[in-house]
Write a new protein. Sequence first.
Length: 255
Amino acid sequence: MKIEIKSRYTDKVLFSHEQENNAIRITLELAIKARADLSKADLSGVDLSKADLSKADLSGVDLSKADLSGANLSGADLSKADLSGVDLSKADLSRANLSGVDLSGADLSGADLFKADLSKADLSGVDLSGADLSKADLSGANLSGADLFKANLSGVDLSKADLSKADLFKANLSGADLLCMGDMKFIFTMQLDKWQIGFTKDVLQIGCQKHSIEDWKTFDDAMINSMDTKALGWWKKWKNHIFKTIELCITGENL
């Protein structure tokens, strides 16, 4: 059986393969090995479950609503690809480039996204429950309404990310950058004069300074002054307000 991979915009054949018991997964894996130019290929809705696509250049490819469950996409370049509605459950996307990608409505439950680049990606409404996002770049990403139940977000960069209405119940947030738009249940954020503040029930981040809440309470004037030339005056003005706000938030019904 002959299978052709065509451009998403024209009928141009980008790669073809013919063999007995052929499948799109086999054809695509051969195309990658042959280093065929698959940019702008139409792979929407195809079954690529458990395919080995590691380090593949799939930039600009239409993979919307495709089945990539259990696929190996480690180190793959998926920049500018259309991944809306795709099934990536339990897929290996470690160190993959997903910067700016549309993943809205996708299933990434249980996926390995260790050190993946998801900066400015659209992850709104995405199922990321149980996913490993440790040390991933989620700066500027849209995670509004995303399911992050039991997700590993340790060491993740959440700067300027939108986590409004996201489910962060039992998520691991240790070492995460908290200067985002928080869900206001597990990550609280606010702006006081020149510095943005983010905090959880255990950790307080002010600008680039992140320490446990208990440590912040023990810092003397010299320690605060060493952080920034304008820090001490700001700290004396806002210190009591910050700790009162934290107390009100973490003793509420949301935590």
